[in-house]
Design a protein around this ligand. Structure first.
Ligand SMILES: [Zn+2]
Length: 181
């Protein structure tokens, strides 16, 4: 928690991130604060429906949160942020909160999921720029170390995630994001 009222006014990321209240998230059962800025950003895909309209994204977010909390027994939606094809960023657990997205890496990483199955879909330009903007804000606000490493889930676990087409663009995104600051 960083002292702001849930769903209340935001500072630098005002135009970028749709707050939990904005997508009508259920309340988290528990939240564990991270002990310092994340040193790794782990990119995922949801491997579910590709979303590129707010209407679809909102129902999908509710579905994912329900799945994570009811079927998997997580305290909240697992990811820190989710990005849709139209370049909207949705707050999951948000900054500074330990996620449930990559076993053994949750305590020092931020998990960002692209909504869709990127073995089939290709990440849109809007979603890639949204990730860059989000991470720039994360660094500026001290939630992510400036020299963080951007990896795909498959780099740290035995999984196909984040899908071949998304995984393929990560090296380029890694270079771009580190040239932004
Ligand atoms: Zn993943």
């Amino acid at each position: 928690m960083d002292g702001r009222a849930p769903g209340g006014p935001r500072d630098t990321d005002a135009a970028v991130v749709v707050s939990r209240r904005g997508w009508n998230a259920a309340e988290a059962r528990d939240r564990t604060e991270m002990k310092g800025p994340a040193r790794t950003v782990i990119v995922h895909h949801t491997a579910l429906r590709y979303c590129s309209r707010p209407r679809d994204s909102l129902s999908e977010l509710a579905r994912i949160q329900r799945m994570h909390m009811q079927e998997r027994g997580f305290d909240d939606i697992g990811y820190n942020f989710l990005i849709s094809g139209d370049g909207m960023v949705y707050e999951g657990r948000g900054w500074g909160i330990v996620g449930a997205h990559a076993k053994e890496h949750n305590f020092h990483s931020v998990g960002v999921a692209f909504m869709g199955n990127f073995n089939e879909e290709f990440p849109s330009a809007a979603s890639k720029s949204a990730l860059l903007r989000l991470l720039q804000v994360g660094v500026l606000r001290g939630h992510v170390q400036p020299n963080f490493v951007l990896v795909g889930h498959r780099d740290v676990a035995k999984t196909e995630c984040p899908g071949n087409n998304l995984y393929a663009v990560l090296p380029k995104l890694n270079i771009s994001v580190h040239n932004l600051h």
